[in-house]
Design a protein around this ligand. Sequence first.
Ligand code: IVH
Length: 672
Amino acid sequence: MNSEQAKIEILRLTKLINHHNHLYYVESSSEISDFEFDALLRELQVLENKFPDYAYSNSPTKRVGGDLTKKFDTVVHRYPMLSLSNSYSEEDIIEWENRIKKLIDGQIEFVCELKYDGVAIGIRYENGQLSQAVTRGDGEKGEDVTANVRTIRTIPLSLVGNFPKDFEIRGEIFMPIAVFEKLNSQRAEEGEQLFANPRNTASGTLKMQDSKVVATRCLDSYLYGIYGEELSAEGHFESVEKTASWGFKSPSIKDRFIEKTNSIEGVMNFIHYWEEKRFSLPFEIDGVVIKVNSFGQQIELGFTAKSPRWAIAYKFKANRVETTLLSVDYQVGRTGAVTPVANLNPVQLGGTTVKRASLHNQDQIKKLDLHIGDVVYVEKGGEIIPKIVGVNTGQRKSHLRKIIFPLTCPACESLLHRKDGEAGHFCTNYRGCPPQVKGKIDHFVSRKALNIEGLGEETVDLLFENNLVKNVADIYRLSFDQLMKLDRMADKSVNNLLMNIQNSKNIPFERVLFGLGIRFVGETVAKKLAKHFGSIDKLIEASYDELIDVDEIGEKIAKSLIEYFSDSLSKELISELKMFNLQLETSKLVNFEGVLSGKTIVVSGTFSAFSRDEMKELIEQNGGRNGSSISSKTDFLVAGENMGPSKLKKAVDLELEILSEDEFIKLLKKKF
Ligand code: IVH
């Protein structure tokens, strides 16, 4: 490709990827698979590396984050970033309406919005390109966090449609609750200090020096106001609608994230609705914001020193209640981590009855100085499990007993162990402690690991109680007769389960490695290790230095791997899995003689050992081509479950060869 062609191709790919990004992250739909998307991104990256002069500074390849920033520049806001005046009751809102009614004539339209609990951001776009993103700071000047904001997928890097030439859009950056919870459970697992709430975590993340780390934190945003010289909208509501047409994720009208009303009753209705429904949102809000819609009226109303007169925040009451701490249970997870959970006197909080609260670890108990029988403050953020945030010491009775963290495992009575520098306690009876054994099996059979359908938690419990499984290799020893003896098992379900167990032997190495449940070896790390070492044997042989040499494998992971593989029971388990023919090396399904070369193959339906994208990748790795639809050019069809009847009929009409998942895998293994 010459440089002129490269320039055109880079532009084409950049636009195409931006389009798919918008569809996926803003409109929650997609026209292509993740696999195809990644392929486009890789193609663009290759071209950009070859022809760096033509790469756009706002290229979608930059979303993964880049070099360290060291420190943030200070930027003076072109329009000061004010805050809102707060109100806490319906009377406050009515007073506000009375005040503004006196200042302007005519009908007032209100816009009600959610008050996102995150960090305020101002993002400037020049000629449709994101040029700068600045935090609120002291309202006059903030910090330039452009590199970090670029990693947020819902914020467009380039705009589409009829946008103003130079404007600033403001909004809130936040961390979705699910992301926050996942991050904290990882940190708990790693014995690290937990983050307090999604808001602080979002704020801390946005100020991180390394935008690569920011990119992994999955921040999100909602944008709620534009500022500039030539904005053509009449009012706030219309301007927000317009931003959607330029590619921004604007609040959904359908879901009532934003609403226009011309009466204060409408405002109250919105407030009541969200006061009740706030916990069903995937992100935290701390109130609603009411704004006067008309820009003309906004100008008339103007500002006080700190905030606009045309807007007011209605803050929800803190979701804090008092109740008594009855007792503490200790739960043992699959890695042996022991988590204290408080049992509370049931209390109503945010629309649900709360009976339990997480206490995370011993340090947390110490910090709160908890005693059984204490009157505690319980708060509910968006998290599923509420938190104990403090003790009402004024109400502490004198005879109460301090909580003492147990010395032995509540499930198997082995001594608990606390590693140096870590906050968590672990039961080290990894192979014999029932919740650990069962948890490890549950993890091994889970969808992202060996994907053995029919082995839910209850069945694993039954198998364990009947002494049929004590480790994951035992799954492959199960017989028809043994399974039939279990409660609620019939011919059909047993046969299905045995078939699913059999099929799991085709699951690629990286997922088997993930399934082993080695501490700190999540999906991504397992993928990296599998790719780098190629087989479990090479991984077992790897020294500490060889391990930390691998990109993104740090001390913690390396130590954990060495510890795992130096245990003779782990080695025994792995030889057993080998004996049962599980995939313990990467390339087994890549047939170097290219059985599929020159062939066009269509895959359809769902498969048990692979996702559809993995199937397609396998076809390419073996020299085949993926056809998008069935035609006379198709060589054969790989039919999974639930494939569409019309596709099947077409294949039959064309007399195509149709292979099942198993037959297809056998074909790949044929000349190996
Ligand atoms: S409008 C002139 N709308 O709440 C102030 N703010 O003190 C314009 N916030 O710092 C702000 N959701 O970060 C507005 N829908 C919303 C909001 C919102 C959250 C934040 C914003 C501001 C703080 C108010």
